[in-house]
Design a protein around this ligand. Structure first.
Ligand SMILES: [Zn+2]
Length: 397
């Protein structure tokens, strides 16, 4: 019973390993592209200088060479910065691998080392949850106290949060678009239309401000390129030029709606999570749902609140019940009798008692009630009052 199922535990840890590796892959690819672009430009500048050397003065050659040196120095600085980031990501991956590898050394769930490992895991799951929800300060406090710097994807979530804020609050696509341009080939691979949506939003804002010539120029430059895959939407965007922001015509009214900014922020988050192999839901939710699905019974989802059990987390419709909303009902081989009043289990020590009106409650709940009401008990469902002595003990067979 106390044996550890390493495979099951590792199955949910995939994002923990993949997140830094995906960031590393992306960083390396960007550095490679940067080197290719810069060396190509430097080489072509040198070739044109060589081919043209008869017409160039020494001062001109000197000036161009100076510019090229400066360019290469900038490249060097950028690569050094990237290297620093990559070293950190490699270190992060190694530490995470070591942590997961430790699992294979444990022999029992009661081992103190295993319990410590689980506590650390709980901390990092909470950190992930808080970073996703923007509770950055609390997350940072926990990271610092538990020394979990390498287990938290702080910079990735910081990028998500700041870009979302820019979209939602400042109604600006600047950072989101810059990110799209930097990750264009990866976005193309997952067939994401995020960049199109952002460009479309910039176009809509120009129409809102009545900058029609600018909007047309913008559409030619940035939207026309998407006409292969997004033709109907491209056509609708162009038709929008004929409408004013106060239009009541449904598709165009929706395009002017400011709630599009919220959709963009959400879409940005989903795309970046997809790219870095992070689940859309926090791991905390997934783990809680596993537990909740084992508890969910038909009574939990009953519209009649008196059917709910106060000790059952699924019955709390405003808190954990929300997470359990879409989960299937659990399969119970043995049924348990639970007291409606206290939420306690009814068994030999706390037997079920039947009131004259047919409703059943636990002995402990009725004893408590009778002690406070001169031996009288009130049925919470019918409101009828009986004498405690009229309650009959039932036997569970
Ligand atoms: Zn319940």
């Amino acid at each position: 019973m106390d044996k550890i199922n390493v495979d099951h535990m590792l199955a949910i840890e995939e994002p923990f390993m993949k997140a830094p590796l995906e960031q590393l892959k992306r960083s390396l690819r960007q550095s490679q592209k940067l080197v290719e672009r810069e060396t190509q430009q430097v080489n072509s500048a040198i070739s044109s200088m060589v081919n043209n050397h008869d017409n160039l003065s020494a001062a001109e050659v000197n000036k161009t060479l100076g510019e090229l040196v400066e360019r290469l120095q900038t490249l060097k600085r950028k690569l050094e910065e990237a290297k620093q980031e990559e070293t950190q990501l490699i270190r992060r991956s190694k530490q995470r691998a070591t942590d997961l590898n430790e699992l294979s050394t444990f022999t029992s769930t009661t081992q103190p080392e295993f319990q410590r490992w689980c506590r650390t895991r709980m901390d990092r799951i909470l950190i992930d949850y808080m970073l996703r929800n923007g509770n950055v300060e609390t997350a940072e406090r926990l990271i610092e106290n538990s020394h979990l710097e390498h287990f938290a994807d702080t910079s990735l979530f910081a990028l998500v949060m700041s870009t979302e804020r820019e979209l939602r609050e400042e109604n600006s696509c600047r950072s989101a678009l810059q990110w799209c341009v930097e990750n264009r080939s990866a976005l193309r691979k997952i067939q994401s239309t995020l960049e199109f949506e952002l460009r479309l939003q910039e176009f809509i804002e120009m129409i809102r401000e009545r900058k029609t010539p600018d909007a047309i120029a913008y559409a030619k430059k940035h939207l026309a390129a998407w006409s292969d895959t997004e033709m109907p939407r491209f056509q609708r965007a162009m038709t929008l030029l004929a409408f004013s922001p106060s239009t009541n015509c449904p598709p165009y009214k929706n395009m002017f709606d400011m709630s599009r900014w919220d959709h963009l922020a959400h879409q940005f988050r989903m795309v970046i999570f997809q790219l870095f192999d992070l689940p859309a839901q926090p791991l905390l939710h997934l783990l809680l749902q596993t537990g909740l699905s084992a508890l969910k019974t038909p009574a939990c989802v009953s519209a009649d609140p008196t059917e709910h059990n106060r000790n059952c987390p699924v019955c709390h419709t405003e808190t954990l019940g929300k997470l359990a909303k879409d989960l299937p009902l659990s399969h119970h081989v043995n049924s348990n009798l639970v007291c409606r009043i206290t939420g306690d289990k009814m068994n030999e020590d706390n037997p079920p008692m039947r009131l004259p009106n047919g409703f059943v409650y636990s002995l402990n709940s009725l004893t408590d009630m009778a002690a406070k009401n001169d031996g009288k008990v009130k049925c919470p469902r019918s409101g009828q009052v009986f004498s405690f002595s009229d309650a009959k003990k039932l036997f569970i067979s």
